[in-house]
Design a protein. Structure first.
Length: 364
């Protein structure tokens, strides 16, 4: 069933209480038949119903239907803002009658109808107002036959027996009782009530809660987030610890590589495989690609210091393979001395061949 008049966030499997909202004008904003059907649906679910009221009143006979349903189902009434005219009479039939300390009650004689009908309605409403309140028959008679609206603030409602319980919550709405127009009062209270509802809806959206969750569900979700936040904080601490360990290992590996590359090249210098003045360049190359430099130096029997010797080696290689087909891998295997000389005398060419080799290796 579509719960048009049920307060969001109060019905769930863990609760047998539900609030229905009598907010608006009877007969226009509130369809009495639909409102009663919704009450009956909750009654069939064995739920205790509370009617929260913020209404200017409205059609008397629509109000009578809701009054009967409230009495038959033993529902409670709670004036959260304005209970004017017929809405105020509905508030009187609640099993338990409550009002917020900023609430206002307004009673006046029935309007719009023949004189005979208005007299009948006036008599009926008088009985409702006197049955449970401490208002005298004369006081009620003056209300029903007078020409002015009669207003009661929350304290007066309680002292006159129009409510059983006065609820204190939130801040007072300043000078609310000085307002003389019931529609203006309704709008003022409606804004105040919707402010809390809107805030709750925003909170629930942030927490990804369903519409029918209670404030207790919100609190539980917040506590859950606090718990998860603690776990996240612990994970962040552990993560930082792992990062620190990883950094230490990386620095140790880099230091080992530098030492390893330095030893490799220094040994090559000692054995004459590379000149001493090129030692720093070879170490840098070995740090960048240790295996490649190690293989290159390992394949060299002795570094040729003279350019003519290098030319001879290259010419020999040309007999085996065309110049265009030579790459870093080929030269490291077949012409290591020429490759070593290239490293020393034509660094750009050496790096070009090395880059092409690395790209080929990554692709494969």
């Amino acid at each position: 069933m579509e719960l048009k008049y049920t307060e969001k966030g109060v019905t769930n499997s863990d609760s047998n209480q539900v609030n229905m909202l009598l907010y608006g004008e009877l007969g226009t904003e509130i369809n009495a038949r639909d409102f009663i059907d919704e009450m009956q649906w909750h009654e069939n679910q064995d739920r205790q119903i509370q009617i929260k009221i913020n209404s200017v009143g409205g059609r008397v006979f629509d109000g009578y239907g809701i009054m009967n349903a409230v009495e038959e189902m033993g529902a409670d009434t709670y004036i959260v803002g304005l209970a004017a005219s017929m809405a105020g009479v509905i508030a009187q039939v609640g099993k338990r009658r409550r009002a917020n300390h900023r609430a206002v009650f307004m009673a006046h004689p029935p309007q719009n109808g023949s004189k005979e009908l208005l007299n009948i309605i006036g008599t009926t409403l008088s009985k409702e107002l006197t049955s449970r309140s401490s208002l005298s028959e004369d006081e009620v008679d003056n209300i029903m036959k007078g020409k002015k609206d009669v207003w009661f603030d929350a304290d007066e409602m309680y002292s006159k027996g129009l409510i059983d319980e006065l609820v204190t919550s939130g801040a007072m709405l300043s000078n609310v009782i000085n307002k003389s127009d019931k529609n203006e009062l309704y709008e003022a209270y409606n804004s105040l009530i919707n402010l809390k509802i809107d805030k709750m809806e925003q909170v629930k959206k942030q927490l990804n809660l369903l519409e029918n969750r209670t404030e207790a569900d919100v609190v539980s979700a917040v506590k859950g987030l606090q718990s998860e936040a603690g776990k996240v904080e612990n994970l962040e601490t552990e993560n930082q610890s792992l990062k620190d360990e990883l950094k230490t290992l990386k620095e140790a590996n880099e230091a080992d590589l530098v030492a390893k590359a330095t030893d490799l090249v220094k040994n090559a210098v000692k054995t004459g495989k590379c000149p001493e003045d090129k030692e720093a360049d070879w170490i840098e190359a070995a740090i960048a690609n240790y295996d490649l430099v190690s293989n290159t130096l390992g394949a060299i029997s002795i570094v040729k210091q003279k350019k003519s010797a290098v030319v001879t080696v290259i010419n020999k290689a040309n007999d085996l393979k065309d110049e265009a087909e030579k790459d870093f891998e080929y030269m490291s295997k077949n012409e290591p001395e020429a490759l070593a000389t290239m490293f020393e005398e034509d660094k750009d060419k050496y790096e070009e061949l090395e880059k092409a080799y690395n790209e080929k290796f990554k692709t494969n």
